[in-house]
Design a protein around this ligand. Structure first.
Ligand code: ADP
Length: 475
């Protein structure tokens, strides 16, 4: 099979969240199965071309849209020409991927519309023989529509929804800006959405198959509670909707060889984990370092349950445990968490997006807090298991599909999934109850360590899910 995988961010070149991890690891897993996978993303100006050996491919072309000439330069990785990058100044010369400190860029519809056109132009101009185009999220959701309404090519498309909360909704003037046909595109079973355009909605209608990143989320998004206004669209298209749980790259997230962490470790050399914890606690100035260490790593947005964490801070202060919070995001939360820096000697807050620090937290922590309000799949809970951490999760979306509460398991060996603590009702009482459960488990060091090692042995790789995608492409 020959697959063209288009995404607006791919690790390690550009990453704002889980999409980048998936867009790196899934094509890699498919390549290992000897499938031909071309991947393509914007060459944002933040990407260091020298560091990643990204070189000009020799292909430059112009594309005229609504009377404006747009130039595209195509790059690829030196050692793998199938990893491609598109440079266009409107798309790439920005201080962020989708927004800056003033909010979303006002021309995101044009930027990612251009990207979607360019992906198809590259495919045609490079004469790539493609069986399936795999688009991801709203940024590339126009590709199936363009293919069917403008290019009329018989290539199948899959659209994956990584997070339904982000849909790409714009004023309908972008129809003309992007030369989209009003008759075939601006309709209920297409782009039209309350007299605006909605890129993701169009993708759901025009793609041959739609996937999302866990089975539970595939069900949830068909309900009004989780549907973000597209539940009806998804119910109408449920015949082509499938949930396939994400995996993680076990190459990247591997405590045996992770270069970011102080001491590499494994189930056999488990003591290394304590060394990481000790070093981190010292570095952060925690007085009591034998206490359980709870960490939160994530975007500061209500989805991630940060309101619950803020509500719980007074309780955290009273626990014989240490807490580290790493994240950044919406201004309101940045301020709220920023104010916590010196609030208590057992709480440490770092306002940043910091891959290295995140890894040292995974390597050192005993428990990971993930009280998400909704969670399409979530990667942190799987990443942390690799490092022997027990996730404390709200039982929603992919968290429900990947974490089992340790009290629900009789025979450890029987559980293919990793263990942690989960809670159903999203409120302080049950969150606190879950933390109390974790603390009491930590009191039984032997049992804690058995579970921690079990989590390190669980298979959260892409192996099974990549096969599921392959079956879908073949169908
Ligand atoms: P999202 O909804 O943000 O995509 P996921 O759980 O799917 O959430 O993926 C989050 C990814 O981003 C994980 O690899 C996680 O380690 C990483 N991450 C999130 N916030 C930070 C941060 N502040 N610093 C470093 N890495 C982070």
């Amino acid at each position: 099979m020959s697959i063209l995988f288009a995404a607006s961010e791919i690790f390690p070149y550009a990453k704002t969240g889980g999409l980048a991890d998936v867009a790196h690891a899934l094509p890699e897993a498919l390549r290992q199965e000897d499938e031909r996978v071309y991947s393509i993303m914007p060459l944002y100006n933040q990407i260091n071309r020298d560091k990643y050996d990204i070189v000009f491919s020799g292909l430059t072309f112009d594309y005229w849209l609504a009377g404006v000439r747009h130039q595209f330069d195509i790059f690829h990785k030196k050692e793998n020409k199938d990893e491609m990058f598109i440079y266009n100044p409107i798309l790439c010369d920005r201080s962020g991927l989708y927004h800056d400190e003033f909010g979303d860029f006002g021309d995101n519809a044009l930027r990612f519309g251009l990207f979607s056109y360019a992906v198809l132009e590259v495919m045609i101009r490079m004469e790539l023989k493609i069986d399936v185009i795999h688009a991801n999220d709203w940024q590339t959701a126009l590709i199936p529509l363009l293919l069917k309404t403008k290019y009329h090519l018989d290539i199948k498309t899959v659209l994956t929804i990584h997070n339904l909360a982000y849909q790409g909704v714009f004023g309908k003037e972008v129809m003309d800006e992007l030369e989209l046909d009003w008759n075939t595109c601006f309709k209920f079973d297409g782009l039209e959405y309350f007299d605006h355009v909605n890129f993701l909605k169009a993708g759901i209608y025009f793609a041959d198959h739609v996937t999302t990143v866990s089975q539970t989320y595939a069900q949830e998004i068909q309900t009004a509670r989780f549907g973000n206004g597209l539940d009806e669209t998804l119910r109408i298209n449920s015949h082509k909707l499938k949930g396939i749980v994400n995996g993680i790259s076990t190459e990247v997230f591997n405590p045996k060889k992770d270069e970011y962490i102080k001491k590499n470790f494994s189930v056999k050399k488990y003591k290394g984990k304590y060394k990481n914890k000790k070093a981190l606690c010292k570095e952060l100035g925690f007085k009591e370092i034998d206490r359980p260490l709870f960490v939160f790593i994530g975007r500061f947005t209500s989805q991630k349950g940060v309101d619950l964490i803020l509500d719980a801070i007074d309780l955290f202060k009273t626990y014989e445990a240490n807490f580290v919070i790493l994240g950044s995001g919406e201004e309101f939360y940045n301020k709220a968490f920023g104010n916590l820096s010196d609030v208590s000697e057992n709480i440490y807050v770092k306002l940043a997006y910091d891959e290295g620090f995140a890894r040292s937290l995974y390597a050192s922590a005993d428990f990971l807090l993930m009280p998400s309000v909704f969670e399409p799949c979530g990667l942190n809970q799987m990443i942390c298991m690799q490092y022997g951490v027990l996730p404390i999760v709200a039982r929603t979306g992919g968290l429900r599909d990947t974490v089992v509460d340790f009290t629900d398991v009789k025979e450890l060996e029987e559980s293919k999934l990793g263990l942690g603590v989960s809670f159903d009702e999203h409120n302080l009482f049950w969150f606190n109850h879950a933390i109390a459960k974790a603390l009491s488990l930590y009191g039984n060091k032997e049992k804690f360590e058995i579970i921690s090692k079990h989590n390190m042995s669980v298979d959260n790789s892409w192996k099974n899910s990549a096969q599921e995608y392959l079956n879908l492409y073949k169908s």
